[in-house]
Design a protein around this ligand. Structure first.
Ligand code: AKG
Length: 297
């Protein structure tokens, strides 16, 4: 584990990342911009760590950088920075993040499925295709999944921020349709404006540096190309409700650790929870989300 920075000094969120109205908006739209988690200095420090790994071929972590290469252009990432850097581990352990997850879902315990940074080099950074995150989780229904995406640089429509479709999390597994439209993100091209009788609207989500944006596992989203003179960088923390069981038959299961039918080992999927009285009434996972996920194989 690298990183000598004291965890407490790097992260500085005060109080809550979300107010009641924002929680309502997340439940309605399937995504919401939360407050500031990191000071600019803290975001810059995490960004520098990623930037050095990406640009310095002699960096000990450089060989782990994976390129999605959408449309032949670079979209760089590494999974599970938390396993190697204390400064990144402190992100999913931050009480403000855990409180926000609880406020959004009504649950009190979560496991980190993975973290993954997304680095789009200046001017040539690629789009990320339209998708639903839930499709890529090797877990057995029922469960709830959500993502906290933390901006380490400003993210806007010029440098390839995320685009989201409000209310699409209510439409279940849309794998075939979303796959069909996936590459339209390449030029921020419009997507069909209706899906199974639902009106489809696309919203570009500006995310200021240091802020956290939340989306559900079923929300349709993508991100555009980086046309700006600077890299665009953010880190996604993908969480799942605690206690979920591993599905070794899932198409992506080979990329993950787990025993079929068993709960996830917290050593591989860290457990985070709120421990105050406010969230002790833990409701069952949303059956609508669970039902649609069970159809994903
Ligand atoms: O950072 C990006 O461009 C895409 C991130 C994303 O799709 C996600 O966090 O689910």
């Amino acid at each position: 584990m690298q990183g000598t920075t004291e965890i407490g000094s790097l992260f500085d969120a005060q109080g809550s990342l979300l107010d009641a109205q924002e929680v309502t908006q997340y439940r309605k739209d399937g995504f919401v911009l939360g407050g500031r988690l990191l000071s600019d200095a803290s975001a810059d420090e995490l960004y520098r760590t990623i930037h050095e790994i990406v640009v310095d071929e002699t960096n000990v972590h450089h060989s782990r950088v994976h390129d999605f290469k959408h449309g032949g252009k670079p979209l760089l990432h590494i999974r599970n920075m938390w396993q190697r850097f204390e400064s990144f581990r402190a992100l999913h352990e931050n009480p403000a993040i855990v409180r926000a997850l609880s406020d959004l879902t009504g649950l009190n315990g979560f496991q980190l499925w993975q973290d993954r940074f997304f680095y789009k080099p200046a001017e040539v950074g690629s789009f990320h295709a339209w998708h639903q995150d839930a499709r890529y989780l090797p877990f057995m229904a029922p469960y709830v999944q959500l993502t906290a995406w933390i901006a380490l640089t400003d993210a806007n429509s010029y440098n390839g921020t995320m685009l989201m479709v409000p209310e699409s999390h209510e439409w279940g597994d849309a794998y075939e349709h979303v796959t069909e439209i996936a590459s339209l993100a390449q030029n921020n091209a419009p997507i069909p404006d209706s899906y199974q009788g639902h009106h489809v609207k696309v919203v570009s989500c500006d995310i200021p540096k240091g802020h956290v944006h939340f989306h559900t596992g079923l929300t349709w989203h993508c991100s555009g190309p980086n046309w700006s003179p600077d890299p665009r960088c953010g880190i996604a923390l993908h969480f799942v409700s605690a206690g979920v069981r591993f599905d070794a038959n899932h198409p992506v299961a080979k990329d993950y650790r787990g025993v079929h039918g068993e709960p996830l080992d917290p050593k591989d999927y860290p457990l985070v929870q709120v421990d105050d009285a406010k969230a002790t009434n833990q409701p069952a996972p949303d059956p609508r989300e669970a039902a649609s996920l069970s159809g994903i194989q």
